[in-house]
Write a protein that binds this ligand. Structure first.
Ligand code: CA
Length: 372
């Protein structure tokens, strides 16, 4: 409904015009003599971003570089963000603390890295057999996810922003076939987070290996299997030279949501337009990463299969069913022991239930036509 005001009577109109003239003249004088608001608005800010990726790391790090560039252009140079790779400013796993304390203004990573701070952070990144990229994005922006995430991070003096999604990842590289859930018994696999807990429940061991050491460990048999990201990143790591089978789908990471986090006080101290510029750049980054993953992964999957003769294998349906059951148990354990996780999980599952009904008659039904 729009509000319509009656036109001013002739006398009122004269008064109004007089007042308007005085106000305009006053404002002009103030602007000419003081000029302070204009100077304040042009103040230049230099911020630093500590990322959890190697410098300029494909997609993840590139997105951080681009975000800084977009902010620079949109703000006409008033907000410069210097992007640092892991270890250049602070070690990867220190980024959260550094931004929380205000030593660094912003950080870039994935929220499940901070499970030690609060187990609930994991749900804003990815959970095994959780929502896909499309559903995660809808839950975060429109399903109440972002509000709960902001509330949780405000305790650490941080504001979180979604800045990308990997889409469904790959299941990983194996040197033996996975035909039954029992094949996980004794298997040493590099797989972090909740997915790792599921593998442990299946009788395997989840081994933590830093990115740079995975290939050597796989080649030397220190680990039997590894997951990483998708065909693009996996190809660059050369895993096809150290493992026989490439399994799909990545049930443990079906739509990893990436994050940027900003020191809350420093963000609130910025002029409103710069705050909006950061928000806008984060939105753009979200779709940049999503499109980049989709297009690069298909290109490199073809390379792996056609040029490198990689044996692509689907996890048998029963194995996925068994892993899904174990994932339910792992998630239940997290939720039962942490009230914040319970709160996020309730919102997550309620939205998922709703969106699944929609996905059933759209994505799920439509996907069947891909192979017609
Ligand atoms: Ca992964």
């Amino acid at each position: 409904m729009s509000e319509t005001k009656p036109p001013p009577t002739p006398t009122k109109r004269r008064d109004f015009l007089k007042k308007a003239a005085v106000t305009t003249a006053g404002a002009a004088v103030a602007a000419a003599t003081i000029g302070a608001p204009a100077v304040h608005a042009r103040k230049k800010h230099t911020w630093r971003m500590a990322t959890t990726w190697p410098p300029h790391f494909p997609v993840f790090g590139e997105a951080a570089d681009k975000l800084a560039h977009w902010v620079d252009v949109m703000s006409e140079g008033r907000l410069k963000i210097q992007v640092y790779g892991a270890g250049e400013l602070v070690p990867a796993m220190m980024a959260f603390d550094a931004v929380s304390r205000g030593v660094v203004e912003m950080g870039h990573g994935a929220s499940y890295y901070w499970a030690g701070k609060s187990p609930a952070t994991q749900f804003f990144a990815q959970v095994p057999f959780g929502m896909n990229a499309q559903q995660m994005t809808a839950w975060i922006y429109k399903g109440g996810g972002l509000e709960i995430w902001e509330d949780l991070y405000s305790r650490f003096n941080l504001i979180p922003f979604p800045v990308g999604n990997s889409g469904v990842q790959m299941g990983g590289w194996f040197n033996k076939e996975i035909n039954r859930i029992e094949d996980y018994k004794g298997l040493k696999m590099r797989i972090p987070g909740l997915g790792g807990k599921v593998i442990a429940k299946a009788g395997g061991s989840a081994i933590l290996v830093a990115g740079g050491e995975i290939y050597t460990n796989l080649e030397r048999g220190v680990i039997d299997a590894t997951e990483w990201v998708g065909p693009y990143h996996d190809y660059l790591m050369g895993f096809h030279k150290a493992a026989k089978y490439y399994y799909y789908p990545g049930w443990h990471e079906p739509g990893l949501n990436l994050e940027m986090f900003v020191n809350r006080q420093k963000f609130l101290d910025l002029p409103k337009d710069l705050q909006q510029i950061i928000r806008t750049a984060a939105y753009r980054s979200h779709w940049f990463e999503f499109a980049e993953f989709e297009s690069k992964n298909v290109e490199y999957l073809n390379k792996l299969v056609k040029e490198e003769n990689v044996q692509l294998k689907a996890f048998p349906e029963q194995v996925l069913k068994d892993l899904k059951k174990l994932s339910g148990e792992v998630l239940q354990e997290v939720v039962e022991t942490d009230s914040d996780s319970r709160k996020v999980w309730d919102s997550y599952t309620a939205f998922r239930k709703k969106v699944s009904q929609w996905s059933k008659v759209t994505e799920q039904a439509y996907a069947k036509t891909f192979t017609m």
